[in-house]
Design a protein around this ligand. Structure first.
Ligand code: DON
Length: 305
């Protein structure tokens, strides 16, 4: 049995020289208020053992990691029908790119780029009428924490400055790939991105992805085995945007990143692992977080490969 605690501590030590590298996201003004050089990492194995290092109780903006939970809900609600409106190929473009969407007639390449997540949000709205509270409740249930909440100042900040996302939602609507008004979809999407969680909560919320769809604390499976395989496959091929190849090469785990500096990854059958450090590389993934996961999989010799 590997000593995960010891390995996390080694990683936290070796990562220190990298904590000043990269830049905190500032295109959403409110995100720039974070302390830039912090680091946290949490691992929860499928037997429920958990290991933590650094600022693992400090909450941060989960941003695009929310796309993992909204996708899970959409799969629960309409399963394979989702793929009539969204692709499942890596985009090779930045997460907020508009170019491809025009060539491809308003069908987003995958559910993890912003355009894809907007369509996923639209699906949730159609099925549940509410996409704010239902997503929040779902995340609270997965993490087993009732006080997880939106950060309304982050949501507002993005609503005021997210001109690209506004353009994208209107563009999707022009291709008839949104059923609801763009402003309604955007409002829900910005709130999902603003949810604040720590690495401990995120690792727990993602545990079902490492455990064939079962969150051990819940009475019913979150997803079935087939659906869980598919989400992990999408994480591996699309979860870290246009650096997904480099990420798979270095880390070798399915993962989903967010511009708040969090990355949630899984090793199916073994554990979920979450890392946070707010400074990002040029592709929008946590600089030290990616390095920490690379160190972790190298030291433990654990990856999907
Ligand atoms: O829509 C946006 O731009 C942000 N709310 C989320 C982007 C994000 O986290 C992409 N991550 N790497």
């Amino acid at each position: 049995m590997l000593d995960y605690q010891n390995i996390l501590e080694e990683v936290a030590h070796e990562i220190k020289p990298y904590l000043g590298e990269g830049r905190v996201a500032s295109y959403i003004p409110e995100l720039a208020n974070v302390e830039p050089n912090v680091f946290a990492m949490s691992l929860i194995d499928v037997n429920g053992n958990s290991f933590h290092v650094g600022d693992y109780q400090k909450r941060f903006s989960i941003q695009s990691i929310s796309k993992l939970f909204t996708l899970t809900m959409a799969i629960q609600l309409i399963d394979e029908n989702l793929w009539n409106r969204i692709g499942k190929e890596p985009s090779g473009t930045s997460f907020n790119s508009l170019v491809q969407l025009e060539y491809e007639n308003g069908i987003p390449r995958n559910p993890f780029i912003n355009a894809g997540a907007l369509v996923v949000t639209d699906v949730i709205l159609s099925q549940l009428q509410d996409a704010h509270q239902s997503v929040l409740e779902f995340i609270r249930t997965l993490a087993q924490k009732d006080d997880i909440n939106f950060d309304f100042s982050v949501a507002k900040s993005e609503a005021q400055t997210g001109f690209r996302n506004h353009a994208m939602a209107n563009f999707l609507k022009s291709f008839k790939n949104l059923e609801h008004e763009p402003t309604r979809v955007l409002n829900a999407y910005f709130h999902h991105c603003s949810i604040a969680m720590n690495t401990q909560e995120l690792a727990k919320a993602g545990l079902f992805l490492a455990n064939k769809g079962v969150q051990p604390s819940l009475p019913v499976p979150v997803l079935n085995t087939r659906q869980t395989k598919r989400i992990n496959a999408l994480m591996l091929t699309c979860g870290t945007y246009d650096s997904v190849g480099d990420f798979a090469y270095r880390v070798g785990l399915p993962a989903k990143s967010g511009v708040g500096g969090g990355i949630l990854a899984t090793l199916p059958g073994k554990f979920s692992i979450c890392v946070w450090s707010p400074r990002l590389n040029e592709k929008g993934n946590s600089f030290a977080g990616t390095k920490a996961l690379e160190l972790f999989t190298t030291k433990t010799k654990l990856s999907i490969f």
